[in-house]
Design a protein around this ligand. Structure first.
Ligand code: ARG
Length: 454
């Protein structure tokens, strides 16, 4: 028997393999809430414009509520024969309320229906992700407030560069996450237009009210071009691009945590709640969550590329290729939310090892720049000369196997007679970070202010 939803001109039902490649119900059932919400808005509009009667609208809307309840409680029978979530719901509506169900699809196509459902879904996800990112920012800011003066080595090229504070390091990620939130907010603002009423591709001859459905679904306005509305997936791509960048940020932090948790760095200890053991090596505390967060960046970035490739050669308007938009988006956003939540837990529980970080901060002549700056400020040397003098002092310290602060004054004066006892006041790591008070610098006073800790 031919398909009951669209099989009027068909004699035979689809081949098994056709059904298998065509069906999306296995994954798009995730859109059921959005589908029902949009259908109710559409039905209310059809009644308000006199396209269907008030009684018909009541029957449709009641039936949709019943279906929502069935799906919620697991009593709904999803059928692959019925292809996708839209036809599954419509078919059940017919079983529940009879032929009136067929009126719901007036002035609508699955093309504008799926575009609407998917926008609503992505919009909900963006809101959830924003909440998650805000919570992660809060966890980082808490660590920053607690460790505004905890000194650690700052690296460039992963070589010890200058001392910084752990709080400052945490706040660097807070900044990245702010930009991520901004990118999601931009994507949300642009996607917030309603495709509903664009119908298959050309609009409709029925006297519909697109403003009404747009408002009911909390869209800012209806989309302006029906061809564009049913074939645009920019909103999903833009969201995936924002997700990819956010995942990249999480991955960088995850990579640092993996390093910090190692015996070699020992900069931080992860809680038992966020570590795993080894089945053979009893001493191990593995940072698996951080590693998985780092790895998920691959599939999130992959999702962006996957959808970009699906879209790149499609002529207007809708093509079935676009059904392949959903799985990458679902997978990427679920992965990102999980990564954000795990990172939030890990950061909240993490205990920085102050002693190890302070010790490492003093290694590698990390206050050499402070020495050069002192020579500029107190001895009047041009910075380039000060750099050269400091280089010679570092070479001496290296030869003697001592940190800068442990060199004798006479040794320093042999290199430059303008050096006085006062120079020792800038050679400690604590003095170094304290002096970095320039706007955006690592000084504990800055960090406290930025972390909202006074
Ligand atoms: N399941 C389809 C999708 O996700 C819905 C739209 C189908 N439209 C059509 N004309 N076959 O894209």
């Amino acid at each position: 028997m031919a398909n009951t939803m669209w099989g009027g001109r068909f004699d035979l039902s689809p081949a098994q393999i056709m059904e298998e490649i065509n069906a999306s119900i296995g994954f798009d059932k995730r859109l059921w809430r959005q589908d029902i919400l949009a259908s109710k808005a559409h039905a209310a509009m059809l009644a308000a414009t006199g396209i269907i009667s008030a009684d018909e609208e009541k029957a449709i809307s009641g039936g949709l509520d019943t279906i929502a309840n069935e799906i919620e409680t697991g009593d709904f029978n999803f059928s692959r024969e019925l292809e996708d979530i839209h036809l599954n719901i419509e078919n059940r509506l017919k079983e529940l309320i009879g032929p009136t169900a067929g009126k719901l699809h007036t002035a609508r196509s699955r093309n504008d229906q799926v575009a609407t459902d998917f926008r609503l879904y992505v919009r909900d996800q963006i809101d959830e992700i924003d909440g998650g990112l805000a919570a992660l920012q809060y966890a980082l800011a808490q660590q920053a407030a607690a460790h505004a003066a905890t000194v650690m080595p700052g690296f460039t090229h992963l070589q010890t560069a200058q001392p910084v504070t752990f709080g400052h390091h945490c706040l660097a990620y807070v900044e990245m996450l702010s930009r991520d939130r901004g990118r999601f907010a931009d994507a949300r603002a642009r996607l917030n237009e309603s495709p509903l009423g664009s119908a298959a591709l050309a609009g409709t001859g029925f006297p519909i009210d697109r403003e009404m459905t747009a408002q009911a679904l909390r869209f800012d306005r209806p989309t302006a071009n029906s061809l564009d509305a049913v074939s645009d997936r920019d909103f999903a791509l833009e969201t995936l691009a924002a997700a990819t960048i956010a995942a990249m940020h999480l991955s960088r932090l995850a990579e640092e945590i993996v390093n910090w948790a190692s015996a070699q760095f020992s900069f931080a200890k992860l809680s038992d709640r966020f570590s795993t053991g080894s089945s053979i090596m009893p001493q191990k505390r593995n940072p698996d969550a951080a590693e998985l967060i780092r790895a998920k960046t691959g599939r999130i970035a992959g999702a962006f590329h996957s959808l970009l490739m699906v879209m790149k050669g499609l002529p207007l308007a809708y093509a079935k290729d676009m059904q392949e938009d959903k799985e990458p988006v679902f997978d990427a956003l679920v992965s990102l939310k999980l990564g954000i939540a795990a990172m939030t837990g890990m950061v909240g529980d993490m205990e920085p090892n102050k002693k190890a970080m302070k010790k490492a901060a003093g290694q590698g002549f990390s206050t050499a720049t402070d020495l050069a700056d002192w020579l500029v400020r107190e001895a009047g040397l041009p910075f380039r000369d000060a750099h050269h003098v400091t280089g010679r002092i570092v070479a001496l310290a290296e030869e003697k196997g001592k940190p800068l602060a442990k060199l004798e004054l006479s040794d320093l004066q042999a290199i430059d007679p303008k050096i006085t006892q006062d120079v020792y006041s800038v050679l400690s790591v604590a003095a170094s970070v304290k002096s970095r008070k320039s706007y955006g610098g690592t000084a504990p006073s800055n960090v406290r202010r930025e972390a909202g800790a006074g």
